[in-house]
Ligand binder design. Structure first.
Ligand SMILES: NC(=O)c1ncn([C@@H]2O[C@H](COP(=O)(O)O)[C@@H](O)[C@H]2O)c1NC=O
Length: 538
């Protein structure tokens, strides 16, 4: 660990003599306080924490007794007193005289965690008053003071760190190691920064105008906190620096919550592509497999016989060339049969699945470099999630594209309505198209992608590429359906599809030339439905 541009404080400390404990999250605090007491450390504490410790038989002095000033205003003022803050902030050796003059006893350890603001406002019915009352003032003030004075004092904001502090006290004869004090101080500033950003974000929504759609407005300032999970070898390219940051408590089923069971360290591109694969496979209720290459699905399959292997084989068959070195995602437990089929057939960078069977683990272990991830069950997302995109000098923020359409949302625009099978294929192709970079064209049949055309500047070219892919794979376009992530600006897209034998089309509609496009479909006896929803993905 190194701190740029500064030397690490190593000021010699006296043994820790006095601690102040004031916690909302009371997990583990009784045992911790008891261990401090056993070391002869004097304990001070605020109302609720004091009651808990005293009831447990621990010798503890109430802060109000220590300051000679009662807790007032329903706890709004408890620790905001010079005898507390002077005791925390005094520079040992330098401020001793002034401390003695004002009868301020040094406080060497501050154990504080804050009012649960985020948990409180997570309730959609939380009132402004409730939110305001859950803004902790005294806690962050002590935390910041103690973190600032870490040359002499120790601050603990997370119960998970109690053991580290006790171990250090044990090792260094009652003095907390300076490296640990500094680490805990930085953690404390991160903690208060995250706390304040949560407050600013929640309140920052209230000062912005609610849109016509009735949705809660985006906050005035964007300041979400992410925590460094791992330093990556490099970014998208070897000359780029990179790291993986995650939410404090990632949702179950998310990439950030996934456990890596084997394989090389995940790279930046592995993480980005795995996220794309996971998002796509999660869109399916049926047993599905998605293979992603360079952020686009190159093959998607829905099991025809209930086995995961069948889903994988269909996905692989769409574009076996691109699947080489790809990312494979499943929405069911990875079983031994499927794992064996993968490792026997192809080079794969990452396999991710909610759960991995012991047999599958054994099969993949033959290829020790393959990264095997279990992400757990769950949607992987929390409501109200946003996509962020850096632009020069700014940040674009949008709510996630989680718009779904079902059979009832579709408008049949052509003389011929899709058959039941065509309708199922259309909905499948539409789900896949949502995860393909624009312009996206997906040909599909019987729960299998037949060809995927991604990321082209012209929709017609995406359609051509999808056809080329199908031809290369030896899959029949004739009789398939086509999904387009956005409307067809001209009838040529439909004319080409008709020439290739496409039987049904799903697209948002909304072009100036929709009538021409519909006429082209009618001329070819193609059934076409409009979703009324676009899925651009840039
Ligand atoms: N007002 C104060 O002076 C004050 N001092 C400490 N607190 C908070 O009071 C909580 C603990 O309260 P109690 O020990 O009464 O359960 C902690 O989350 C702590 O951060 C305060 N509360 C809010 O600001």
């Amino acid at each position: 660990m190194s701190s740029p541009g500064s030397s690490r404080p190593t000021t010699a400390s006296r043994p820790l003599a006095r601690a102040l404990i004031s916690v909302s999250d009371k997990r583990g605090v009784v045992d911790f306080a008891r261990a401090l007491e056993a070391r002869g450390i004097e304990l001070l504490s605020t109302g609720g924490t004091h009651r808990l410790l005293a009831d447990a038989g621990i010798a503890v002095t109430e802060v109000s007794r220590h300051t000679g000033f009662p807790e007032i205003m329903d706890g709004r003022v408890k620790t905001l007193h010079p005898r507390i803050h002077g005791g925390i902030l005094g520079r040992r050796g330098q401020d001793d005289e002034v401390m003695a003059e004002h009868d301020i006893a040094p406080i060497d350890l501050v154990v504080v965690n804050l009012y649960p603001f985020e948990e409180t406002v997570a309730d959609p019915d939380c009132s402004l008053n409730e939110a305001i009352e859950n803004i902790d003032i005294g806690g962050p003030t002590m935390v910041r003071a103690c973190a600032k004075n870490n040359a002499y004092t120790t601050v603990v904001v997370n119960p998970d760190d109690y053991d580290r502090v006790l171990a250090s006290l044990e090792e260094s004869k009652g003095i907390v190691d300076p490296e640990l004090r500094f680490d805990l101080a930085v953690k404390a500033f991160e903690h208060t920064a995250g706390y304040d950003s949560a407050i600013a974000t929640w309140l920052g929504r209230l000062v912005e105008k609610r849109g016509d759609d009735g949705r809660a407005p985006l906050p005035r300032t964007w300041s979400t906190q992410y925590h460094k999970r791992s330093q990556l070898r490099y970014g998208e390219n070897p000359h780029q620096q990179a790291a993986f940051y995650t939410e404090r408590d990632p949702a179950a089923g998310s990439l950030a919550a996934a456990e890596q069971l084997q394989g090389k360290a995940l790279s930046y591109n592995n993480l980005a592509d795995t996220d794309a694969a996971l998002a796509c496979v999660r869109a399916f209720d049926d047993t599905a497999c998605v293979i992603v290459k360079h952020a686009n699905p190159c093959g998607v399959g829905i099991s025809r016989d209930g086995t995961l292997k069948s889903a994988y084989e269909l996905a692989f068959a769409t574009d076996s060339e691109s699947a080489f070195g790809g990312i494979i995602a499943f929405n069911r437990e990875l079983d031994g049969d499927t794992a064996r089929a993968i490792v026997a057939r192809q080079f794969v960078e990452v396999i991710i699945s909610p759960r991995i069977s012991a047999e599958a683990r054994e099969a993949v272990s033959a290829k020790k470099n393959v990264r095997l991830l279990a992400c757990g069950e769950g949607s992987g997302e929390r409501d109200g999630g946003f996509d962020l995109k850096r632009v020069s000098g700014g940040l674009l923020v949008q709510s996630r594209d989680d718009g779904m359409v079902g059979a009832d949302d579709l408008r049949v625009m052509t003389r011929r309505a899709p058959s039941e099978q065509e309708l199922a294929d259309l909905l499948f192709a539409w789900k896949v198209a949502r995860f393909v970079k624009s312009n996206a064209i997906v040909y599909a049949r019987d729960g299998q992608t037949v060809g995927v055309g991604a990321g082209q500047m012209s929709r017609v070219n995406s359609a051509r590429i999808a056809a080329i892919k199908a031809e290369q794979a030896g899959l029949e376009v004739s009789g398939s359906v086509m999904a387009s992530d956005a409307f067809f600006p001209f009838r040529d897209g439909i004319d080409n599809a008709a020439a290739a034998g496409i039987r049904a089309v799903i697209q948002p509609g909304g072009s100036m030339r929709d009538e021409e496009v519909i006429a082209a479909a009618d001329e070819a006896d193609i059934a076409m439905v409009f979703t009324g929803m676009r899925h651009f993905r840039h």
